[in-house]
Design a protein around this ligand. Structure first.
Ligand SMILES: [Zn+2]
Length: 186
């Protein structure tokens, strides 16, 4: 079977819907050097037109997590460059992986296919995010999954994957993104 044979599970996380519920504005625009751009003060997100639907959904989920962490001590320090932004990005990958790949959904997906690419397609996430989720599964979480299906995947932490690098942090000011979004809002 190929990725096309799998529909995304009905329970898959819809980040656009979540953004709408939270009053976060999203616009799909042409971006030069970044995959997405977020501004917690504007509660706005710009997503690159170059991304496909699945990547756009994941980008919005990523930005929502930035908003969730922007008022935390770690989030504030990272915004001011006195905290390590890389660490915050790692925290965000873990949050997004947990939100987009619930244990029941992961259990269903790995039971449906032994092919890593198909499992990611079924969950509606990138291979990067699925790798991240698998790498940081706790022992308790592993205990809730069908272990024969996990082993069948033949996944290991050295799995070759493309790490997203185009996260655009906001400049110190506010308002610029609001104006851009007003022109392009969905
Ligand atoms: Zn980010």
């Amino acid at each position: 079977m190929t990725a096309q044979d799998f529909d995304v599970l009905p329970s898959a996380y819809n980040a656009f819907e979540e953004a709408f519920k939270q009053g976060i504005k999203v616009a799909i625009v042409h971006l030069n050097n970044q995959d997405w751009n977020w501004s917690h003060r504007d509660r706005g997100i710009l997503v690159s037109k170059a991304l496909d639907h699945r990547a756009r959904n994941e980008a919005v989920a990523h930005c929502i997590a930035h908003f969730d962490l922007s008022s935390s001590r770690k989030g504030q320090e990272a915004l001011k460059w006195v905290g390590w932004r890389g660490r915050l990005e790692m925290d965000i990958h873990s949050m997004v992986a947990g939100r987009m790949i619930s244990l029941p959904a992961l259990s269903d997906a790995i039971s449906l296919s032994e092919d890593f690419v198909d499992v990611a397609a079924c969950l509606g996430v990138s291979e990067f995010l699925l790798s991240w989720r698998l790498q940081y599964l706790t022992d308790d979480e592993i205990g809730e999954l069908p272990v024969h299906a996990l082993n069948r995947l033949q996944w290991g932490p050295s799995h070759d994957t493309v790490v997203p690098t185009g996260c655009g942090w906001p400049p110190p000011g506010t308002g610029d993104m609001y104006l851009q979004i007003a022109k392009h809002q969905l």
